[in-house]
Each structure stands twice: as C-alpha cells, then as structure tokens.
Unconditional design. Structure first.
Length: 268
C-alpha cells in the first residue's frame, strides 16, 4: 500500500486500516506473525513512532497480541473448551489436539524432549509410585500457525507400554490416539479422569517457549488418567496461553451418579 501523505487521515491511522484490512481478508491469518516494527517502517516509509501508534490502534481493536521477544501476532478468536464434555468425558474423551482440530483449527505439535526423570512428590503420589522411580516424561508445545499456545508435560507410569516408535509419532498424532491404537495397551480402558484448573507463574524455560514474561501467571490444567483396575497410568500438566484460550462449563441433565466432577488435584 502507498499511503496518502496529503490525506486528512493521519498516517498512523492509514497504516492501521491497511493492516486491519489485510487481517480481515486473511492475508495475515490468525496466529501468523506480523512484520516487525522495523519492517513496517521500511514498507510504509514512516517513522517508528508512527508505526507504534498504528500498532496501538490494532491492540485497542483486539486484533493482535504482542509476545515478549517474538513480535506481533494476529489474534485468534477465543478458543472455548467445555470442561465437562471435552476435558472430563471418559466415554468420549478427546485430548487437547483433538479438541482444537475439532474446531477446525490447524494445530501443530513440537516435541521438546523425552526421557526418564526423577519426579516430585506430587507426581509420585498421582501415579502411585516411589519417588525413586524414574518416570518417562514427554515435553511438547502446541502451536496455532506461528503462535505457541500451550506447553504440555506428560508423565507415563512404568506400567504403561510406550515404545520408541511411539515417541517418534508424537508430533504427528495425539498421545491419546497412540495409546489407544497400541496393541500392547489394547486391554486398557479409560475409567476415570481427575482434574484441576488453576493459575501458576511459569518457569523461565516455559516462559521462553510460550513467549511470555518470566514468572508470568498462566492458566494450568492438571489431569490424572485412571485405566482398568483404577490404575493411574498417565498424568498431564498443561500451561495455556490465556490470550487465546479459556474454559467453559455447560450444564446438562446427566444422572448424578454419572455426572463428571471437578476435583482438587495438584501435580506441580
């Protein structure tokens, strides 16, 4: 776009309008990183102060978000997850990946690391094992387009079969699918999910991964999955970017004996 320097409309408003139109036309898609301040000053041939005023307008219109050290992103509409149906429904359980893709979103998974680790007291209690036990731990990041929206840590009980071949697929398939389709775990049936939702300041490592300030409070989802014979085989901790994610509760007429419930649980 060539801005009109003779127009009565201030330059910063012209730039903001141009960027807004590109967002509305999906030239810049939700989750996509926008050009940097420097790139915008070069493109529009204006000062950095003018560009910053344009960015302020886009922020006020709730069209973009700024992530520390990473730049500006087109904001996603708020993603809502129904706690009872998406998070705690044992019969029709869907993981984080399936929940988002079910809403038509293009989700990418990145494996950060995998290995055996010593665990905290809370994790040992959740998985009913000794603190001396080394637990296989999977660290993953979930992206929508270029934007990291969640950091997930999964702890696997020693009683659960999880092969090297399966870990090679964690960037392509949701973990729940890998577990369900493994013949070694075919006899297992999910019987119970215990869950808690809270807010917790993040460590420097997670802050850097999610492009948020150090010690920034993020929404957390903690779950322990109980399988056949009430054995806790999987514990998960998800840090969620609240700029684009929130939980909802939808009431229904389930029988009291079958109604999912939220339970206080900490696996930090």
């Amino acid at each position: 776009m060539t801005i009109n320097r003779e127009s009565y409309i201030p330059l910063y408003k012209q730039i903001a309008q141009d960027l807004q139109q590109k967002i509305e036309k999906n030239i810049f898609e939700p989750g996509q990183r926008l050009p940097s301040e420097h790139e915008l000053t070069e493109e529009y041939q204006v000062s950095r102060l003018t560009v910053r005023k344009s960015i302020k307008l886009l922020l006020e219109e709730d069209l973009i978000i700024i992530q520390q050290g990473k730049g500006m992103y087109v904001k996603f509409p708020i993603i809502q997850t129904d706690i009872m149906n998406d998070v705690l429904d044992v019969q029709n359980f869907r993981g984080f990946y399936e929940t988002l893709t079910g809403q038509g979103l293009n989700v990418k998974i990145k494996l950060v690391k995998y290995g055996e680790e010593k665990i905290s007291k809370n994790i040992a209690e959740a998985l009913e094992c000794s603190m001396d036990t080394k637990i296989r731990t999977i660290y993953r990041i979930f992206y929508l387009k270029d934007m990291p929206i969640a950091f997930n840590i999964t702890y696997l009980s020693p009683e659960l079969v999880f092969t090297e071949e399966m870990i090679e697929e964690v960037e392509d398939k949701p973990l729940s699918t890998l577990l369900k389709t493994s013949k070694d775990n075919s006899q297992l049936g999910l019987e119970e999910i215990r869950c808690s939702i809270g807010v917790r300041p993040v460590s420097n490592e997670i802050a850097n991964r999610l492009n948020v300030p150090n010690n920034h409070p993020l929404m957390t989802l903690s779950r322990v999955f109980y399988y056949k014979d009430a054995s806790p085989l999987v514990a998960g901790l998800m840090y969620l970017n609240t700029d684009c994610y929130q939980f909802t509760i939808r009431s229904n007429s389930k029988d009291n004996n079958d109604k999912p419930t939220l339970e206080m649980l900490s696996i930090y």
